[in-house]
Design a protein around this ligand. Structure first.
Ligand code: URA
Length: 230
């Protein structure tokens, strides 16, 4: 791949910015100063450094973020966005899916479009589990209605698995990702969500050691599992 593309993908700047760095003599390939952005590098075997620091090229990166309240699930905007929390300079990172501004918990941040597409595709019914705090206690009839699927304000929501934790808290597993889905389901039941936190997507479970706003790379096992079909 071209040297300028590799550096730009790794977040060192735009193509023209990295070309300037190269012309300025900051970049070496295998210990030899690079002179031009169109030089070819083998990202697997060549050692590229910028100002003496090795560039570790990965085509795709994957971070598990514990999203705090007050952040929008977007790449940019007027309000704080989840990508503001990610210090790694990788290019084209985005949140895989959308949590409301006031929802907390598990959010995958990646630049792997094909994987995100599979995880988010309505065809695949990927499970998402939330801890829901709600205003009124849930009745058995409410839980049954959620299990059967709910239609509300001309929108149908697929069956959801609800497990009561206490009078004002439950775990709810849904397999689609419609706009405000859980809030709408509770609204349909004449109830109200007072707090919402995602704890699982497929088999990927939020790491309890991550404080709100913290993130870590996925482990190989977590990634392999996410990549598996079904
Ligand atoms: N359902 C909601 O209502 N909000 C979320 O953020 C996620 C699921």
């Amino acid at each position: 791949m071209r040297l300028d593309k590799l550096l730009a993908d790794c977040g060192y700047g735009t193509r023209s910015e990295v070309k300037k760095m190269i012309r300025g003599g900051w970049v070496e390939i295998n210990g030899v100063t690079a002179r031009s952005g169109d030089q070819k590098v083998d990202e697997k075997s060549d050692t590229v450094t910028v100002d003496g620091n090795e560039v570790l090229y990965q085509k795709y990166v994957y971070y598990m973020l514990n999203k705090p309240q007050g952040y929008i699930s977007a790449t940019e905007g007027h309000d704080p966005v989840v990508l503001d929390l990610i210090a790694e300079p990788y290019k084209d990172l985005f949140p895989c899916g959308r949590l409301d501004k006031d929802t907390t918990g598990l959010l995958l941040i990646t630049n792997d479009g094909p994987l995100a597409h599979r995880l988010l595709s309505p065809k695949h019914h990927v499970e998402k589990e939330y801890i829901v705090s709600h205003e009124r206690p849930l009745s058995d009839a409410d839980i049954r209605k959620m299990a059967e699927g709910i239609t509300w304000q001309s929108e149908s929501y697929r069956p959801a698995v609800c497990r009561k934790i206490d009078e004002h808290t439950c775990s709810l597993t849904i397999s689609e990702g419609k706009f405000h889905e859980i809030k709408k389901i509770f609204e349909a039941l004449g109830n109200k969500v007072t707090a919402l936190s995602r704890i699982r997507m497929k088999n990927l479970v939020l790491d309890g050691s991550l404080a709100p706003g913290e993130y870590r790379p996925l482990t190989d096992e977590e990634l392999q599992d996410l990549r598996q079909d079904s």
